[in-house]
Design a protein around this ligand. Sequence first.
Ligand SMILES: Cc1ncc(COP(=O)(O)O)c(C=O)c1O
Length: 406
Amino acid sequence: MNDKLFSSRVQPETPSRLEGLFPVMDFDDAITFTAGAPAENLFPMNEMKQAYIDAIDNEGAHTFQYHTIAGPVELRERLAERATRKMGIENVGAENVMLTAGGQQGIDLITKLLIDKGDAIVVEAPTYVGALSTFDMYEPTYYEVELQSDGMDMDQLEETVKQHPEIKLVYTVADFHNPGGVTMSLAKRKRLVELANQYDFMVLEDTPYRDLRYVGESLPSIKSFDTEDRVILLSSFSKILMPTLRTGWLVASKKIIKQLYKLKEAADLEVPNITASAINQFLAKNDLDKHIDKLIDVYKERRVAMANAIEKYLPEEVTATCPDGGFFTWVTVPDVINTTDLLYNKVTPEGHIAYVPSKNFYAYKDKTNGMRLNFTGLSSEQIDDGMKRLGGILKSELSKSLVENN
Ligand SMILES: Cc1ncc(COP(=O)(O)O)c(C=O)c1O
């Protein structure tokens, strides 16, 4: 087949953004900080097994029939109630909730809804690599706005939208950023909505980690300040239940959801009814918040282990975020170190550890001095051991570069 037959969005010579992100390690003492996956031993196996049985018992053969695009109304009602109770979003009903094949499909459909080739999107720098891989497919023009310790730099955003009034969409991971680990402040959430109204753009608030807060009080969602239906909030069951449910959900106006249904129909018709019904049964019989509390208890300790290990082992030239929740810490190293080269030449072959290097978290893949470290998938002992090895390698690389530069 001639490559010319591929569409421009595929570009066969360009690797996928996810390619090479997770190096394979075949060592007995391997420790990997790469995971974006929740801890498997915390999956509510018995409860979910029962929920699938209940779903089938309730609906019989019809469970496996084609269903409507909207999916079970009871499930959407539960999620609408959750959006009010946990996210501060008022006046939301089942008709404002749409089920998607994971948050990832939500990102895809929302991009398809808003972005034609060349249209302008603002992303945080760094940002979620999976969102970039979706956006890439729509061939947008990217504008990057720096991520600060309290979220996106709003002054820089304002400058950017002033200079580029054509910007249509701002994508943000406001709670426990992937990969940055930071959370957007209350003031910035309000300002983002004000800017959206003033400069006429949409906001995608992608918040799969929101429930996993280990310290401090939960902040209202950006969507809760939305006055002109400009914010679409996207959430998911992947991090709080199980990723293979492939079930995400978004909150938006009926006008937006009507158009999104058109796009979902064209893509894959509907979410699998067996899964949606099983989740509904799970939520009917179990207290999701209690389950989340169990996750928090475990992840909280691992976060402390990570913070302690950073303090103990990383050289002082290195900075790291201290997340209030979520899965990730972001580490910034001096520019003399290229974290992709370091990973493949030293950290994995010699240290038998792995992290995700920064390059692919940037729209233009041009920043090579960062790394994303997951702390939820490892025991406190593994975190300590792995960070000790990472710290040792970073120290020796930094002193080598000092000698070379003198
Ligand atoms: C910020 C963010 N958005 C969306 C997703 C997609 O998750 P899923 O499709 O499993 O719901 C992830 C997964 O890692 C994520 O970190």
